[in-house]
Design a protein around this ligand. Sequence first.
Ligand SMILES: NC(=O)c1ccc[n+]([C@@H]2O[C@H](COP(=O)([O-])OP(=O)(O)OC[C@H]3O[C@@H](n4cnc5c(N)ncnc54)[C@H](O)[C@@H]3O)[C@@H](O)[C@H]2O)c1
Length: 249
Amino acid sequence: MGNGNQKTVVITGGSRGIGRSVALRFAEDRPRIIIAHYDPDEVEANKTLNELAQRGVIAESHKIDVSSFEPVASFFKGILLKYEKIDVLVNNAGITRDALLMRMTEDEWDTVIRVNLKSVFNCTHAVVRSMIKQRGGRICNIASVVGQIGNAGQANYAASKAGIMGFTKTIAREVAARGITVNAIAPGFIDTEMTSVLPEKVRGIFIGQIPLGKMGKPEDVAEAAYWLCSDAASYITGQIIHVNGGMYM
Ligand SMILES: NC(=O)c1ccc[n+]([C@@H]2O[C@H](COP(=O)([O-])OP(=O)(O)OC[C@H]3O[C@@H](n4cnc5c(N)ncnc54)[C@H](O)[C@@H]3O)[C@@H](O)[C@H]2O)c1
């Protein structure tokens, strides 16, 4: 379909926040962009599609729960049937269900592990065969600084993000010989809907722990994702790139 050199980029959680910024950063190269999201409505996803259209990119948005194996497999099968290849996968979808361990329910644990970690398995599993066949591809997983340093009240989230880091390094080793790179970004405290729900006092405490003295912007993460998925980063694989204002060094 269309220009054979045109890249196909899939971004999970691309309706808003970091995922939207990633989509807009990739848009500069005019690839095909497919975003997946699980918002209750299409408002934010349509906003992303409109912003992409303004940049000359015809994009698609699909509401799909990335934590469910079978629907994810058929979602990617559909993309591959239509566009024949997927060049870039950004595993960005994620949620929080915070509680101290003693109060954390089994459901809060399971849901976060499924949405944040199992989704990365589901999506990577669904694209890796085609990337191996085409002998190239880029996978970028969005982890978190919390996966490295921990955070009281986020045992489920921290475990899911640390899991992503182990997964990233393992798959990087499995597919390196086929010209595929697999990396992760560990953002610090980024100004999105996910963090806007935190009380002002908690935000202040977090900001106090950041040497650069401010929250990051979604664009800061998007820039790193774009670069990791570009030809310029072809010798970088299995790495965790920290975008955190110095919060963890
Ligand atoms: N904001 C931060 O400070 C921060 C810091 C470190 C890491 N992160 C990570 O960055 C990623 C994006 O975070 P954000 O702040 O932009 O979040 P956000 O809440 O603004 O957006 C989350 C996106 O994930 C999608 N999503 C949620 N559950 C889904 C599901 N089951 N299936 C498909 N899509 C689903 C949502 O629809 C949305 O598009 C997440 O993985 C998050 O853990 C964020």
